[in-house]
Design a protein around this ligand. Sequence first.
Ligand code: SF4
Length: 72
Amino acid sequence: MLKIAIFPNKCIACGICEALYPQYFDYSDMGIVRLAQTDDLEIIIPDVHFIKAIQAKCPTQAIKISRYTSQE
Ligand code: SF4
């Protein structure tokens, strides 16, 4: 499993994450990142390797992808 964590205070509303992975990322009315499926700042998803690339593509480190285990 993977944990996607977002940090909206770092987001500059560039649009990359939603353009590449709209199934996971969305925007607030201000264009700031939010998660597509929840109002939370974190979501646990199955380990889909392609999503890890978004962490490096985000220009402001507003997205963190990490491995998640149920012990967390
Ligand atoms: S890629 Fe980063 S800076 Fe750009 S909209 Fe997404 S979270 Fe914000």
